[in-house]
Write a protein that binds this ligand. Structure first.
Ligand code: NAD
Ligand code: WQD
Length: 340
């Protein structure tokens, strides 16, 4: 079975390629290296003992995507990670985000209609729920107006895929709504590569612990939560990678009656920012320099998944703990510092 992984050299994509190859799938990666590097290919190869095929293609170049599919007529399934993901940047560059996240999606969907049997997995996000009215969040929770152009690309991306599934009954797709992916492969050969100052909590924690950043700012301690800081559902990237394999197998084995499905991918447990800091300190025996700062604009108070559907229907359960994920994140930061 040959699987196309777009954005397969990125953070979640690279871990998913490892999980796919470990399961015996042949993988071909498309990536334009806009937020990744060729070193990742070497890391994947070292971990799995197998080098995936790689084509450096910018998916905004429609002709290049068409030529790719003419060359690879034997693709059995696609996992589409390629996108831009910086929420703040998307506010200043909305058109670039709509082009890169939605333009590439419609190009891909058009090509997939020529291969009737190749299903699609789409990287969506819990951002589509905004501040949910009820916790934990089920897949049937209302989709809220997006807080950013980035968030809107996930909301509209899901709609585009659902409309396509309705129009083409032989086509099938699954949207996975990720909660907060963290951590790295246990080998520390691949991990997250934040460019510039990290916007996400865990890379900021590890960069502070290693001394690249002077101090972590905890954005707000006056929220209506048990310790006043925001609550999220942090999921180990290896568990998330495994969820893609399970979802892909569901599509390839035609296990569902619906040709479009949505699943939450989280642990089901919410942790506050202070709990994450404490877990990092105890997992790694490392104290962290942090201060309480102003709230960050646009942050929701609390978001964590109801995982009933992903457990019972998809048959996927996360294996790793928060501590485990934070240990792997720290090991990755240490490995990165040796390379620099
Ligand atoms: P990432 O930036 O590490 O990976 C994306 C990859 O896609 C990169 O390697 C980049 O070079 C590539 N890419 C971007 N535009 C491209 C284009 N036009 N053509 C070819 N390649 C292109 O991001 P990630 O964290 O691995 O996220 C993967 C997907 O998951 C994205 O769609 C993202 O929106 C979504 N997602 C991420 C998170 C998160 O917190 N990381 C949460 C929810 C959803
Ligand atoms: C987590 C918590 C912050 C940094 C974002 C996107 C979302 C999704 C995942 C793609 C929050 C706090 C953070 C720091 C802090 N991506 N924090 N100090 O905001 O849940 O989600 O990434 O789809 O769309 O919005 O994740 O890691 O940025 O923040 O206190 O320096 O950590 O306020 O409570 P978030 P995050």
């Amino acid at each position: 079975m040959k699987i196309l992984v777009t954005g397969g050299l990125g953070y979640i994509g690279s871990h998913t390629v490892v999980a796919l190859q470990n399961k015996g799938f042949d993988v071909v990666i498309i990536d334009n290296l806009s937020n990744s590097s060729l070193d990742v290919l070497a890391g994947i190869t070292e971990i799995t003992g197998k080098s995936p095929d790689f084509e450096k293609i910018d998916m905004r170049q429609k002709e290049d995507v068409i030529s790719f599919f003419e060359k690879h007529k034997d693709i059995n399934g696609v996992i589409h990670f390629a996108a831009s993901k910086a929420v703040g940047e998307s506010v200043n560059k909305p058109l670039a985000y709509y082009e890169n996240n939605l333009g590439t999606l419609t190009t891909l969907l058009q090509e997939l209609q020529k291969i009737a049997s190749a299903p699609l997995i789409f990287s969506s996000s819990c951002t589509v729920y905004g501040q949910a009215d009820k916790l934990p969040i089920t897949e049937s929770a209302p989709i809220k107006p997006a807080e950013s152009p980035y968030g809107n690309t996930k909301k509209v991306g899901e709609q585009i895929i659902e409309d396509t599934c309705n129009a083409y009954p032989n086509f099938s797709a699954i949207a996975l709504r990720y909660f907060n992916p963290i951590g790295a492969h246990s080998s520390a050969l691949i991990g997250e590569l934040p460019i510039g100052v990290p916007q996400n909590l865990v890379p900021f924690i590890t960069q502070t612990a290693i001394g690249k950043r002077a101090e972590l700012s905890v954005f707000g301690d006056d929220y209506p939560t048990q310790d006043g800081t925001c609550i999220r559902d942090y999921i180990h990237v290896m568990d998330l990678a495994e969820a893609h394999v399970v979802a892909l197998e569901r599509l390839l084995n035609k296990k569902s009656e619906d040709n479009y499905e949505v699943f939450n991918i989280g642990t089901g447990t919410g942790n506050s920012v202070l709990e994450v800091i404490n877990a990092f300190e105890s997992a790694n025996q490392k104290s962290l320099n942090y201060k309480i700062a102003e709230r960050r604009k646009g942050d929701v108070i609390a978001a964590y998944a109801d995982t009933t559907k992903s457990k019972t229907v998809l048959g996927w359960t996360p294996k790793y703990s928060l501590q485990n994920a934070l240990k792997s994140a720290w090991k990755w930061e240490l490995a990165l510092s040796k390379k620099e």
